[in-house]
Design a protein around this ligand. Structure first.
Ligand SMILES: C[S@@+](CC[C@H](N)C(=O)[O-])C[C@H]1O[C@@H](n2cnc3c(N)ncnc32)[C@H](O)[C@@H]1O
Length: 326
């Protein structure tokens, strides 16, 4: 298979936002090269994976590459991404005199290259993410999330994912029913099960993610407990209530916990639907929120009736823990 490789040369401070834009616009993967990557801690890095710099990248600069399926209208992606990059200046993020270019590459050129940098990561007290191709012996009490993210988002290296896993660890007591919205590789659904949840309904709008999450659930022997559905946000719940869903869902709504690692704009779009889908006393973990949207999301959560009980932070990202009052 061939891919459109879209390369954006910009500043290090723009990496987080531009990587997210590329994911949102349908990139199957994003890679990042920046100056001095060799000296940086890999488990606190942003983006899907980091490459060692092949060229000399000047201090403070970065090269971000997004990989789009061959049939993508790449000119349209470029047209759409430019104003979003320019807008970063309004949030005090300076993308510099960035450049954008694209070439068509073969699958093999990139699809496997990143694997050598994806190593087992202890992401929280109890959870370790282990790539399928790595050998790893867990210590006592350590729970393993076996993962081959393929082209779906969710290796665990992104702060927004790590925040969700750490928060799930404090929220899941055992026996909960959970909905994971925007499951990507299925990493949060598997994490929730490893922490003691009873069942997870995992949804994503992207068919690549649905396939990856299904395969990863199987890899972990959890295909009977995690149901993966193609759904626009919580649309599947409505379809299920109306009797038009393709199959019965595996959780009883309202559920104990909803977790969503999606950008702030989307979190705000469906906050009332989440409120309806969570039990009184239940928890909503809302992640994917960049610092400039913190106040908007807090207001949106409170306006829908949630009480914010925690804000976890990692770098410039925030995950909210919100409770539905009893
Ligand atoms: C930031 S990734 C999170 C992946 C994984 N849950 C994690 O924490 O690493 C966001 C995911 O949300 C999915 N997504 C975006 N918009 C969506 C929507 N409207 N409905 C369902 N999923 C959506 C994307 O396809 C992507 O897999």
């Amino acid at each position: 298979m061939k891919w459109n490789e879209l390369t954006i040369a910009t500043t290090e401070e723009s990496i987080e936002m531009i990587s997210n834009f590329l994911h949102e616009m349908g990139a199957g993967g994003v890679s990042i090269e920046e100056s001095g990557t060799l000296n940086k801690e890999r488990d606190t890095s942003l983006g899907q994976w980091y490459e060692l710099p092949l060229n000399d990248i000047p201090e403070g600069q970065a090269v971000i590459k997004g990989y789009f399926p061959e049939d993508t209208d790449i000119e349209e992606v470029i047209t759409n991404v430019r104003p979003r990059i320019d807008e970063l200046r309004e949030f005090d993020i300076e993308p510099g005199e960035y450049t954008i270019s694209s070439v068509v590459v073969d699958d093999e050129d990139w699809a496997n290259a990143w694997k050598q940098y994806f190593k087992p990561i202890r992401v929280s007290d109890r959870l370790t993410i282990k790539p399928t191709w790595e050998d790893y012996t867990p210590s006592e009490g350590e729970q393993i999330i076996e993962l081959d993210p393929g082209m779906a988002f969710g290796t665990g290296t992104h702060p927004t994912t790590a925040l969700c896993l750490r928060t799930l660890e404090s929220v899941i007591q055992g026996g909960e029913e959970v909905i994971d919205v925007g499951t990507g590789s299925g990493i949060l659904a598997i994490g929730a099960m490893r922490l003691g949840a009873k069942k997870v309904l995992a949804v994503d709008l992207d068919p690549i993610a649905v396939t990856a999450a299904g395969e990863n659930s199987k890899l972990n022997g959890l295909e009977g407990d995690i149901q993966v559905q193609l759904s626009d946000l919580l649309g599947v719940l409505q379809a299920s209530a109306e009797g038009s869903a393709s199959q019965a869902i595996n959780v009883s709504v309202p559920v104990d916990v909803v977790v969503a690692n999606i950008l702030a704009e989307i979190i705000l779009l469906f906050v009332d639907d989440v409120y309806a889908a969570v039990k009184a006393g239940g928890t909503y973990i809302a992640s994917g929120i960049y610092k400039n949207k913190e106040d908007d999301v807090a207001s949106g959560l409170e306006a829908s009736g949630f009480v914010i009980t925690g804000r976890q932070r990692d770098q410039d990202w925030i995950a909210f823990v919100a409770k539905k009052p009893e």
